[in-house]
Design a protein around this ligand. Sequence first.
Ligand code: GAL
Length: 713
Amino acid sequence: MRKKLLVFTCLVACISVVTGQKINWTPVAPGIWKGVVGVPESYDLLKASGSHPNSEALEKIMQSAFPFETDMAVGRITDGKTSLRFPLEKEEQLYGFGLNFQTVHQRGKILQLHLDHYGGKDNGRTHAPTPFYVSSKGYGVFINSARYINVYAGTGVRKESRTPAVAKDRNTDKTWSSRPYSDAVEIMVPAPGVEVYVFAGPTPMDAVRRFNLFNGGGVLPPRWGLGFTQRVKSLYTSAEVEKEAADFSEKGFPLDFIGLEPGWQSKAYPGTFEWDKNRYPEPGKFVQRMLDKNIRLNLWINPYVSKDAPFYNAIQPYTGSHTVWVGEVPDFTIPQARSAFFGQLKKSQADIGVSGYKIDEVDGYDYYLWPDVATFPSGISAEQMRQTFGMLAMRYSADIFHEKNQRTFGLVRANNGGGVSLPYVIYNDYYNHEDFITALINSGTAGVLWTPEVRASKTAEEWIRRFQTVIFSPMAMINAWSSGTKPWSYPEVASQVKELALLRMRMMPYWYTEFARYHFEGTPPFYGMALEEGFKQEIKKDAANKNLDENPYAEATSKEIKDQYMAGEYLLVAPLFTGQTTRKVVLPKGKWYDFYTGELAGDGEVITVTPGLDKIPVYVKDGGIIPMMPAMLHAPKASEKVDLEIRYYGTKPGYYKLYDDDGETFNYENGAYSFLEIRVTKNAAGNFVGTIADPVKGKPNTVGNVTWRFMSK
Ligand code: GAL
């Protein structure tokens, strides 16, 4: 009897070791379920980010059923690690797994999600290795772990599959493939338990929206954050910065904030977080003079503390075992470390009017940062700290500004799952223009913002091509920290560059509303075609490299669109890169119109365009409404009234909700905002008529005179 029982127990145990346990899913918000496998760790991505779901907004998205058969997701603990399995059907495509730079389709990838400076390969090491993926079937999955997570995105071929791959004879069967069908996304988390979240659709975009709102919704930048920003040479003095601002103004070039690079500090790498007395003798007066000119300042830091920092002794007990550039690494999970570090930033900078930070080198590379054997006084492991350090730095620096009821918008090199609402845009040192655009696409499924910053260029052509894309991105920036370039540094294209910068300013009402949608509805302001309804990608394959000597296992890969993207609800942007004079643009179903002329460009087809050097091809969806303002050199001041030119494209009835608030404070969190309905319809005589709702009583109203431009004849 006993023997029998033993055999029976072994059978059950052995089966569950092989197949794992079904995950129980608990609804946590409409269309969002949480599953717990094993015993999750006490520190995870959501704890590090401190994000809170926007429940009110989540309630507004259409209810949707659990997106796949619950039996198909399993979890198992072996060897102190958690294995997870999610279903993958034959025609399913996967997007996400963080800020990738070269690929959009993630099916078939093997990745280790590891925070790092991007090293030129999509292998999981990147600035935002967000453990979130979206399926073309219209759902998303998020692994809430601050560990290096291994992902097998449809590579493992299991024996017990319900739809097993079939063995083929390579000798005789031409359809033999080195990658037989894999029926699952398999994930390994090096911890004895983890929380997992599933986000329903019905569309992939709905899943992304739910994910973003679950993390608090996207950031709503101040209006000035969406203007133009120039980062000056590292060792500039306050006099040189003021001269730079004067040059911008003299040339009629817009400028909302200037970034000071390491030289504002008395020492950097590691930093003192104190102004350099020679280059910036009177920081308070300098910052104020800049503010008087409507120009804000953003300060570069990396959070590694020099022995010469005034708070060194206070922070020293709360730092890690290893240094970075011989600077102490604060354990920001400890309140004393936070008050020493951010207290200094507040007192020395934010309190005199500095508007934000660029938080550098919180990502990698390995040889600069602490190794995985490092320890931190809170007990948080080096690995967990690596995955969340940037997020902690953003979170607590953002708190400084929140307490002052003053919005900020800065730069960072590391984010992760959970950090959707943090007011920072990712940048890096890599400089491949094409890959910068692919990153912009992938930012939309990584819960982050990314800027394809412009630094310097080999030719005027490259300069303007790069400039065009940064104008259609979350942060319009030149980073001249090393080169000292100015927007007008390439005289052949200086006037076109100025036009582009002014266009950025004119489009501010549109950009601002699109960011409000990110915040209130979870819709990312920049995203790839896969999230766009009406975009049906033919499952065409790129031919495999047939040279068997080079690669006997080469496979055809699915064709992906990684060089055009959506900028907000209505605009499709199709950049050109150096050397190109013509390109193909894949227009989704429905009519699309030329942004500049209003002419019909095509409908659900591939068009070939030759736009000339001056133009970046941009197309507007039928019925598209683009609110614009005059080409101001600085963002409007808080609550300042601004005239609107409302552009309408196409023939379909137009509808848009223009967002409005004071543009600078957090009063919107207490309801001080409105969405004004804009409509365009045809009257009986066949003419277009536009209407905009009256301002809402008691709410900030920045709408001045309104003029209408019906762009399509
Ligand atoms: C780099 C950063 C650059 C610049 C530079 C200053 O790491 O990516 O944008 O800030 O540091 O030292």
